[in-house]
Write a protein that binds this ligand. Structure first.
Ligand SMILES: Nc1ncnc2c1ncn2[C@@H]1O[C@H](COP(=O)(O)OP(=O)(O)OP(=O)(O)O)[C@@H](O)[C@H]1O
Ligand SMILES: [Mg+2]
Length: 260
């Protein structure tokens, strides 16, 4: 199982939309068995697939219940080959609880809980919260590739250094962890976007994907319809862009290195 963390300390940059659509492209177009982990108390990925519950076990229990098995938490979506490990607001409490409870390892609880299911999936996508908390550290501990969606604005690059530092730190405990690259989301053909993209590429501090995800009203519409872009409007710009992004990522994976 290859695990991809979608992460950015900034909110509203397209993490959830990217996690959902990358997961769906991998399962529907590439025939891969995919697990999407919702690692955010906002539970947007979970709600997208109408799998939200305040009562069922979720990421919160993965972090706090000793001996829990992810197989008892994971839910099927209506799409074959795509399952979700759901979240709900209890993740807020669970993060605090896991931080205080030092009686057993705090950073490898997700890893331990997933042990029984890793053979069932080819890819695991993690939709992370805009934060570095215990649950995000748990995600990084099982991650192979970090993908960072970036929305171009004045503050777009804030936090990237902190995130890269965090990745470096976790690398000491998880040597498979790789900062695969940033990609632009909600791209609009205007000066700010074009200049921002050039700046990101020129500085070349971090690998940047060639593919940009274009801005389209279709994305907002999918949050109401609950269908991934491929299902809702497969010829829309962003639908085609996510297909390209996955192709670029898979090519990268085959070559086995980060892009420059
Ligand atoms: N390509 C796009 N075109 C138009 N709107 C988009 C696009 N990608 C994302 N959005 C919109 O931007 C908003 C933020 O997206 P999303 O929820 O994926 O961000 P996020 O990084 O997960 O946010 P949070 O940090 O709160 O979890 C949403 O309203 C979403 O519909
Ligand atoms: Mg989100």
């Amino acid at each position: 199982m290859t695990t991809i963390s979608i992460i950015n300390l900034k909110g509203g940059v397209g993490k959830t939309v990217s996690a959902i659509n990358i997961a769906f492209v991998l399962s529907s177009l590439h025939g891969q068995r995919v697990l999407l982990i919702d690692n955010d108390k906002q539970a947007n990925s979970t709600k997208f697939f109408s799998l939200h519950s305040d009562d069922d076990p979720s990421m919160a229990e993965i972090l706090t219940v000793k001996g829990i098995d992810a197989a008892d938490v994971i839910k099927h979506t209506q799409y074959s080959g795509l399952d979700v490990l759901p979240a709900n607001m209890s993740l807020l409490r669970a993060n605090k609880e896991a931080l205080i409870d030092t009686t057993r390892p705090q950073q490898t609880r997700l890893k331990r809980a997933l042990k029984s299911v890793t053979g069932r999936y080819d890819y695991c996508l993690i939709d992370n919260a805009p934060d570095v908390n215990i649950s995000v550290i748990n995600a990084l501990m099982i991650t192979d590739d970090v993908l960072v969606p970036v929305k171009i604005d004045k503050f777009a690059f804030d936090g990237l250094d902190v995130l890269a530092e965090q990745v470096e730190e976790v690398k000491e405990a998880n040597e498979r962890l790789n900062f695969a690259g940033c990609f632009i989301t909600m791209f609009q053909r205007n000066n700010i976007n074009t200049q921002g993209l050039e700046l990101l590429r020129r500085e070349a501090k971090y690998p940047v994907f060639q593919t940009v995800i274009r801005n389209t009203v279709k994305v907002g519409e999918t949050t109401f319809s609950g269908e991934p872009l491929q299902e809702y409007s497969k010829n829309s710009t962003a639908a085609r862009d996510y297909v390209s992004l996955v192709d670029e990522y898979l090519g990268l994976e085959k070559r086995g290195g980060a892009i420059g």
